[in-house]
Design a protein around this ligand. Structure first.
Ligand SMILES: [Fe+2]
Ligand SMILES: [Zn+2]
Length: 328
């Protein structure tokens, strides 16, 4: 039976990022929020202002899937791509080394670079693909089409499923990334279902806009973060501990440099951030890969077995959980 993808109910109350104070909060009701977060308030951001931002973010999340479907429909009908051929996945977009590594992930390959703690650097796309893809993104940005933003931590970027890359990412995930992740990280990360959904987006960093990203973990079992280019300096990724072990430890960082056309593969719950770029602009193609069998058991955002699963629009993957009633 076809799976119905869902969100965990925690999406509507937890992990709400407040930019003013650079912290994540959770919300049950106004009284709880005022009591719990009073100490984070200041003259500049009093508690009522913080509460107002929380209400706004929850309202945004409540209509997010419907808003996304409306944008996606409009883009499908009205947007004129610069390079229509990019939207249909082709293996020629991929680096030959990437294909070799995915075909035989267990044999040693000089292009698969292993850092400590389950972090890998791997060639992914061809230079030609990256160059065209950046031009396509710029073309989309310059168009009057509606734009959803990747998440509350990135103000600049594009949601690739809305832009029409769902099938592209599905093929890349099923044919290449699922076997690769299974071989490198084991069943613990892919579960019985394999990596059966994703959230994919491009974030851009530019001097004068977003230049870095705070310490966080991803809502993913495993993340692939590919640098598309173009010209930039700085902006290394740094990795700390696993999220559940200790969210606040800031020590023993592993620094990994972004190289155009190469991707960094890491576990979603590995805490990380991005250093500021010091010049130029940088585009990163990010795929959060998810396994429904894993997250049906434990939601990585609330660390509990999802209490309620809320089905989402039929063309959305939600948070990657699936409705078990539909699966009987
Ligand atoms: Fe991330
Ligand atoms: Zn949850």
């Amino acid at each position: 039976m076809k799976k119905t993808f869902c969100r965990c109910s925690c999406f509507f109350k937890s992990n709400i990022y407040l930019e003013q104070i650079g912290a994540h909060v959770h919300y049950i009701d106004d009284e709880q929020f005022r009591k719990e977060y009073q100490q984070l308030a200041s003259d500049k951001n009093d508690i009522e202002q913080l509460l107002n931002s929380v209400h706004k973010e929850i309202n945004r999340r409540q209509t997010l899937d419907i808003d996304a479907r409306i944008r996606k429909e409009q883009i499908r009908k009205e947007y004129q791509p610069l390079y229509p051929e990019l939207y249909q996945f082709q293996s020629k977009f991929l680096s030959e080394h990437f294909k070799q590594i995915c075909a035989q992930p267990k044999s040693s390959n000089e292009y698969l670079k292993k850092f400590n703690n389950g972090i890998y650097s791997i060639p992914v796309f061809t230079t030609e693909f990256c160059t065209k893809f950046i031009d396509e993104l710029k073309h989309f940005e310059a168009s009057p089409m509606p734009k959803g933003r990747p998440n509350t931590m990135n103000n600049y970027g594009v949601l690739l499923d809305e832009l029409g890359f769902s099938n592209f990412i599905d093929e890349l995930r099923n044919q290449y990334l699922n076997p690769l992740v299974k071989a490198l990280y084991g069943d613990e990360y892919v579960g019985d279902t394999g990596l059966d959904s994703h959230k994919a987006f491009v974030v851009s960093y530019k001097i004068g806009q977003d230049i870095d990203l705070g310490y966080h973990y991803d809502n993913a079992e495993v993340t692939l973060n590919v640098s598309l280019g173009a010209q930039f300096e700085g902006g290394d990724l740094y990795f700390g501990t696993m999220a559940k072990a200790n969210r606040t430890v800031f020590s023993n960082f592993t620094f990994v440099e972004h190289m155009p056309t190469f991707g960094i593969l890491h576990r979603g719950q590995h805490l990380h951030g991005s250093e500021p770029i010091t010049s130029g602009e940088r585009y990163n193609f990010i795929i959060w890969m998810r396994s429904s069998s894993k997250r049906n058991q434990l939601c990585p955002m609330c660390w509990q077995k999802p209490e309620y699963l809320i089905p989402v629009e039929s063309d959305s993957y939600g948070d990657g959980m699936t409705n078990s009633i539909e699966n009987i």
